[in-house]
Design a protein around this ligand. Structure first.
Ligand code: SF4
Ligand code: SF4
Length: 361
């Protein structure tokens, strides 16, 4: 297993992290915990979970596994989306009980979906409660998990409250988050990435994305992992596991892993733009929108259509990835400013019309 240092903490994290959001049979605690222990035996030392994952069973499964693992040999990560100080404290205490640990190594201020969410966490007392819990030793490192754009992440990291960030990053959406990763690197903050496979879009479109592969890559999945881990600031890529075999495959994928050269990364980035002339790359240059439409997020969902997927895939992407509804595209006034600004010359306003017309929302 390849390990990388997580920012200024000096902690070495396994480059593959265990994402505890994909247990296939969460009601079978022992069986699922066996997958966790297997991953630990394979060298994975970062285990990420959250309340509500897997019918709210994920923390208990990890706790069951942790009980049989030497405490010094792994790092646990969980999260809280409450804005109130009391809410955060209750959530933290429940996570500690369920994970069967006396301290959470990486505690996430969770789910910042809009810039104003950070101020809500401060005003509600959640940030102060996390800092207090850190002083008490119940939390080792406070980090933040977000779906904000790169530019929006910059001020979050500049608060100085966080030692690292967890964000979605893949070969498909890199322009949307690159600025956030650069800001983390400038401050020597750790970065963990989620959705390295573009929410499944990369393996589902392996043929079209074959150009991602370097000479050493067996498949596009390995290429997508290598793309993430070649970014110097990224320490760990989260992969959701539901079987021992999946663990083995991911661990094998980073065996003898070497980062891509800067040239190869640039070639991939160039080809992503060139090969997907209809594809929104998430660069964000269409913003700001006078009607405050979250254009890059809506266009990211529209990418599903370009990839040949159906309307449900667009709705699911909006709902589960961005917390948005198709009708929010209906607030577009069709002023056309975004069409003029789009770096890919996409018919953005027409696409928004299409999204707002999706039925059954
Ligand atoms: S066309 Fe719609 S989305 Fe684009 S800038 Fe105007 S209001 Fe915003
Ligand atoms: S719509 Fe165009 S400008 Fe806006 S994020 Fe997508 S590619 Fe970039």
């Amino acid at each position: 297993m390849w390990y990388k240092t997580f920012g200024k903490t000096g902690i070495s994290l396994s480059t593959i992290g265990f994402g505890g959001m994909r247990f296939s049979r969460p009601e079978r605690t022992d069986e699922m915990a066996d997958i966790v222990r297997h991953a630990h035996g394979c060298g994975i030392n970062y285990f990420d979970t959250a309340p509500y994952y897997c019918d709210d069973k994920s923390e208990e499964i990890l706790g069951c596994a942790f009980a049989a693992m030497r405490r010094e040999s792994f790092y646990c990560s969980t999260k809280c989306a409450s804005a109130s100080g009391d809410g955060l404290r209750r959530s933290l205490e429940r996570s500690l009980r369920r994970l069967r640990v006396s301290s959470i190594d990486f505690f996430h201020i969770w789910c910042l979906l809009r810039p104003e969410h950070l101020e809500e966490r401060r005003a509600g007392g959640a940030i102060a409660a996390a800092l207090k819990a850190k002083e008490e030793g119940l939390i080792q490192h406070i980090v933040v998990s977000t779906h904000l754009s790169g530019a929006e992440i910059v001020p979050v990291l500049e608060t100085g409250w966080f030692e690292g960030v967890t964000l979605g990053y893949s070969a498909l959406n890199f322009p949307f988050r690159q600025e956030g990763i650069a800001a983390a690197a400038r401050r020597n903050l750790g970065v963990v990435t989620m959705n390295p496979l573009g929410g499944g879009m990369i393996p589902q479109n392996a043929e079209r994305l074959a150009f991602l592969k370097g000479p050493q890559d067996r498949d596009v999945v390995q290429a997508a992992l290598r793309f993430n881990l070649s970014e110097p600031a990224v320490s760990c890529v989260l992969v959701g596991f539901s079987s021992r075999e999946e663990v083995d495959q991911a661990v094998a994928a980073v065996e003898n892993f070497t980062p891509y050269s800067a040239d190869h990364i640039e070639r991939i980035k160039g080809k992503i733009s060139a090969s997907f002339d209809g594809f929104c790359t998430g660069c964000g240059y269409c913003l700001p929108c006078p009607a405050d439409i979250p254009i890059p997020q809506l266009m990211d969902a529209y990418n599903q259509k370009i990839l040949g997927r159906d309307e449900d895939a667009i709705r699911d992407r909006l709902k589960w990835h961005w917390d948005l509804k198709p009708e929010q595209a209906g607030a577009c006034t069709q002023c056309g400013e975004c069409d003029d600004r789009c770096t890919q010359h996409l018919p953005v306003s027409k696409r928004l019309q299409y999204i707002s017309g999706l039925r059954g929302n």
